[in-house]
Design a protein around this ligand. Structure first.
Ligand code: IDP
Ligand code: MG
Length: 172
């Protein structure tokens, strides 16, 4: 059962605003492709304060909380957006975390994404270009926060169907 679950293990990846400002998308995706995992969802997101705060809600007591909220919202960069992905595959969470490297870019091995491209700003924010879920529970919470079920090409979590009457834009 454990193995079955792990076979298509999903994980959330975000290319943060510093990664976009430095035009690192191609480099980061190339590094991630070394894992042979599969992309099951992808989109470009303008991050609201609400979304950033929910994403980092477990860190709200940290002294750097306000900085990382601003960072994820793109307040310190010219690209005010993030690229969000769901990667799936055998042990996706561990494989992606390994290739990302340590949270502190100065401590991350230079062969990792954060080691190669991250920096610590003069204000002390770890600009580490990429986010990756760190365990299954976190991955589920984060994927459900960033993606709707029909934006992911596999049924990774149970869904239910509801009928809603909402106004939404379509192409004119
Ligand atoms: P992770 O991204 O490696 O999972 P977390 O502890 O979840 O690390 O922290 C979320 C983000 O907050 C980090 O990626 C980094 O940008 C920032 N961060 C974490 N710890 C520190 C710190 O001690 N100083 C400054 N920024 C930090
Ligand atoms: Mg984390």
């Amino acid at each position: 059962m454990e193995n079955e679950l792990h076979e298509r293990q999903p994980t959330l990846v975000l290319i943060k605003p510093d990664g976009l400002s430095k035009s690192l998308t191609g480099n980061i995706l190339t590094r991630l492709s070394e894992t042979k995992l599969e992309i099951a969802a992808a989109k470009c997101v303008r991050v609201s304060r609400e979304l950033a705060e929910e994403h980092y809600r477990d860190l709200r007591e940290k002294p750097f909380f306000e900085e990382i909220i601003g960072y994820l919202m793109g307040k310190f960069h010219d690209r005010k957006k993030v690229l969000a992905f769901v990667y799936v595959g055998v042990d996706a969470i561990g494989k992606v975390r390994d290739i990302c490297g340590a949270t502190n870019p100065e401590e991350a091995a230079s062969t990792t994404i954060r080691g190669a491209y991250g920096r610590i700003t003069t204000k002390g924010v770890y600009e580490n270009v990429i986010h990756a879920s760190s365990n299954e529970q976190e991955a589920e919470r984060e994927i459900k926060l960033w993606f709707k079920p029909d934006e992911v090409i596999y049924n990774i979590y149970p869904v239910k169907t509801v009928e809603e009457k909402v106004k939404h834009p379509i192409w004119a």
